[in-house]
Write a protein that binds this ligand. Structure first.
Ligand code: PNS
Length: 165
């Protein structure tokens, strides 16, 4: 039987405990999970793609069937190239629904063989986003319950450097 491969796509700027929770749960269902970081996003990132990939790899070492990669262009084309039939996305709240429905619908139209699977985010992370984490870290407050320890250290380094005169 062919391997069941899933893609967890996103900006991951940076990866949070909410992302990690979804990745861990996907890793328990699929044979392989590819965490795919979007290159050339219109958003100006805090971490470059290589830094984001390094952080993802550092915090998923306990998951042997998870790898991290960068992609550009259309997600469904990348999924086909990697022979992944499923896109996994986390849903936090009703506010995520419209955007996610839009992405899932267009992806289905572009390639009907690629399915999108939604997982409800663990309620303890329902408020969590990379933007919120950056906002809190920027002002020097602790994000230790929101991101893995390696990410917290990377955020501290980033904002300490940017605070240097
Ligand atoms: O973490 P994000 O920023 O919510 O992730 C959005 C992402 C990367 C899943 C989405 O922007 C995407 O898939 N972009 C790739 C381009 C694409 O396929 N566009 C068509 C569907 S929006």
């Amino acid at each position: 039987m062919s391997k069941r491969i899933a893609i967890c796509p996103g900006s991951f700027d940076p990866i949070t405990n909410g992302h990690l929770d979804i990745i861990e749960r996907a890793a328990a269902i699929f044979d392989e999970v590819i965490v795919a970081v979007l290159e050339n996003s219109s958003k100006a990132p805090l971490f470059d793609v290589e830094e984001r990939l390094t952080l993802i790899r550092d915090v998923t070492t306990h998951l042997p069937n998870v790898t991290a990669d960068a992609f550009g262009g259309l997600l469904v084309e990348y999924a086909a190239k990697r022979e992944a039939a499923t896109i996994v996305r986390g849903l936090r709240a009703v506010s995520d629904f419209e955007y996610e429905l839009q992405i899932a619908s267009i992806n289905k139209k572009l390639n009907e063989d690629v399915e999108t699977l939604f997982m409800m985010t663990n309620s303890q992370y329902s408020f969590l986003s990379s933007s919120i984490v950056k906002e809190v870290a920027k002002y020097g407050a602790s994000v230790n319950e929101l991101v893995p320890q390696q990410v917290e250290a990377a955020l501290r380094r980033k904002y300490e450097t940017s605070r240097q005169p």
